[in-house]
Design a protein around this ligand. Sequence first.
Ligand code: ADP
Length: 374
Amino acid sequence: MAQVTEAEILDRLKSVVEPDSGKDIVTLGMISGLVVKDGNVGFSIEVAPEKGPASEPLRQTAEKAIHELPGVVSATVVLTAHRPQGQSAPPPQAPPQPQQQQQAKPLAPGVQHIVAVASGKGGVGKSTTAVNLAMGLAAGGRTVGLLDADIYGPSQPRMMGISGKPSSADGKVLEPMENYGVKVMSMGFLVDEETPMIWRGPMVMSALQQMLRDVNWGDLDVMIVDMPPGTGDAQLTMAQQVPLAGAVIVSTPQDIALLDARKGLNMFRKVDVPVLGFIENMSYFLCPSCGHQADIFGHGGAREEAERLGIEFLGEIPLHLDIRETSDGGQPIVTSRPDSDHAAAYRAIADRIWEKLSAAEGTEARKAPKFVIQ
Ligand code: ADP
């Protein structure tokens, strides 16, 4: 079947009318971040913040319209309730202008570098890695924030040992929570643990943007973003809309996980975010009682894969009970057992990440968030 083109998608979206104005969403310049890959289509519809929830039917109509197009395998449409002040998105043309870029208001202006910690699938230890890297960066004297963007299953409140709700002095901007000298924000603070979190695409995007824009992060050297697992369209949109300085991909040594890691690499490449390196987690099993090492998952796969792909291998972390108990118990090992080998391994990786970020500083390309309308 013929591949669907961006021009065909924009053409079809001209039939989707925004009810208040009676004009179509393409003419109104509401479409951004259009991505088409092998019949999988993703884009956002930008709406005024006050119209956010009321725009869900519009989102559904657009999604359905695209889904019905021949050659479309999947359609993921998200609502974003953010518009840079004084700017309106230029209406995409058909055929669209390639690489037309637009500067947006920075989402977290005091933050020097934002780094995503991602994984191709869940359960590989992405959140554990993210929290320990944040601690490792802080241990080196940097001011650090941790943004838990794993909105489907936020684990940072537990891993950081923080409960309660963030406060707000003016009812608009939230103060981040803090522990071990690291500022933290997570959807887990805002939603009751009992509440089933059926976060759909649009809510995910606006929640992430809110956590960047409407939180008083202040000045930070670095912010670690714990991404939702996977490399689907929601993650792609996130990677595209957050001004990332780079990404780190966590993988276990199993082949299947490595395949997923490669997908992660491709995802970040697609949105022009440098991949700083791979980390192999649960690299080998260290027996907690005798210290014996067993390569239960076939140790070293990520290193080989990284070499093959020309990506830096940042380091390996063993599967060890102490790592699980400390992170699940709200006392990540880098802070609670700083003298352990595991803490040293995380710190070494954190230092290497910092070195790479510092070296890339001044390359203007990664400074401001950019919205690419293709
Ligand atoms: P993800 O974010 O990829 O879903 P988590 O970081 O939540 O994964 O980790 C899943 C589980 O595995 C948690 O219970 C965590 O404590 C544990 N875990 C992660 N890394 C290690 C490790 N290196 N050694 C032992 N347990 C680990």
